[in-house]
Design a protein around this ligand. Structure first.
Ligand SMILES: Cc1ncc(C[n+]2csc(CCOP(=O)(O)OP(=O)(O)O)c2C)c(N)n1
Ligand SMILES: [Mg+2]
Length: 321
């Protein structure tokens, strides 16, 4: 496997954002249990190295279309925990104006164009945005995230076909976390190696260990470089495990316990922490960072919690009635 050793600064930046994703996730789970959040809370535990490692390979001007388990990518692109907390708690000033408490928001100034709920439908749109980059000669690259289940939807084929034949600066990350709601990969496809699909499009396809930050970063960096010089798309399959139910209402009882136990040993946050220590970053510094991020998330949630809800008139804005 092609490997890039990340610098100390990159590792610290990555760990900071992985911690943000993990702590934010834990905070949302607690809020859900207190009935302070209604609707879906989609845990990202186990996906942090993928969302952070992929998005860190991008630069200013590049664009992401995230999925519901990619808060790490939002943080890497500069979204703050406070902005996220306000949105997830439906408070005044929320990006969705309180109409939606999930990740269904965009922030074009940070290059965040997703996500919509309709799985698969984002791919042709993202390919179209990649086409716009090519036509405008911006050199910007587009990353689109999709799940093992979402990748079965027909529009994914249309988008990839277009991106490949037009050599668009487009990267599709398939987050293969073994389940789509209660459907295991074995019931989704006869070929569980999702990266093989790239062959049909005549583009590179790679499978990476999605819990290995440096492997994810390396694979994405290669794909970004290729896209930026005009050589077209790459399909990256990042293999992880969905460590909780589909969302917090779902206990995930259909997942064998042994499978979860096996993947707990590959916790990406713990693996990255070990990588930091291996790179001579002091334990003390790591503990300090962990304390700071925990405080940052607690403060963001506390701030959002005391805000009023949006004005009711906001609910109608932008709605055709
Ligand atoms: C077209 C469509 N069908 C169904 C849903 C409801 N839904 C949202 S996420 C999801 C499971 C997706 O599984 P996968 O793509 O593997 O992503 P994961 O949730 O595992 O990260 C489903 C069925 C949807 N949003 N869009
Ligand atoms: Mg899945």
């Amino acid at each position: 496997m092609f490997y890039i050793q990340m610098t100390t600064d990159q590792l610290l930046f990555a760990y900071t954002n992985m911690l943000r994703a993990r702590e934010f996730d834990n905070a949302l789970i607690n809020l859900y249990r207190q009935s302070k959040i209604v609707g879906g809370v989609y845990s990202q535990i186990g996906n942090e190295a993928t969302s952070v490692g992929t998005s860190m390979a991008l630069g200013d001007g590049d664009i992401i279309f995230p999925m519901h388990r990619d808060n790490g990518a939002h943080f890497v692109r500069g979204m703050t925990a406070q902005e996220m907390a306000i949105n997830f708690l439906f408070r005044k000033g929320a990006m969705t104006r309180g109409t939606d408490g999930t990740g269904h928001f965009a922030d074009p100034k940070r290059g965040i164009y997703g996500n919509v709920s309709h799985l698969g439908a984002m791919v042709p749109v993202a390919a179209g945005v990649a086409l716009a980059q090519k036509m405008k000669k911006t050199k910007n690259v587009v990353i689109n995230y999709i799940g093992d289940g979402g990748s079965s939807v027909g529009e994914v084929h249309e988008g990839l076909m277009m991106a490949s034949v037009m050599n668009l600066p487009f990267i599709l990350i398939i987050e293969n976390n073994q389940y789509a709601y209660s459907t295991p990969v074995a019931h989704q496809t006869h070929n569980p190696k999702y990266s093989d699909r790239a062959i049909g499009y005549g583009i590179p396809g790679v499978t990476v260990d999605g819990t290995d930050l440096e492997a994810v970063f390396a694979a994405t960096s290669t794909a970004v470089e290729r896209a930026r010089v005009g050589n077209g798309p790459t399909l990256i399959e990042s293999v992880t495990m969905r460590m909780r139910g589909h969302a917090e209402h779902d206990g995930g009882e259909y997942v064998p316990k042994e499978q979860i136990i096996e993947w707990q040993k590959k916790d990406p946050v713990l693996k990255t922490r070990a990588l930091l220590l291996k790179n001579k970053i002091k334990e003390q510094e790591i503990v300090l960072l962990e304390t700071q991020i925990k405080q940052e998330i607690d403060a963001a949630v506390a701030y959002a919690n005391q805000l009023p809800p949006p004005d009711p008139s906001e609910a109608r804005r932008g709605v055709f009635i």
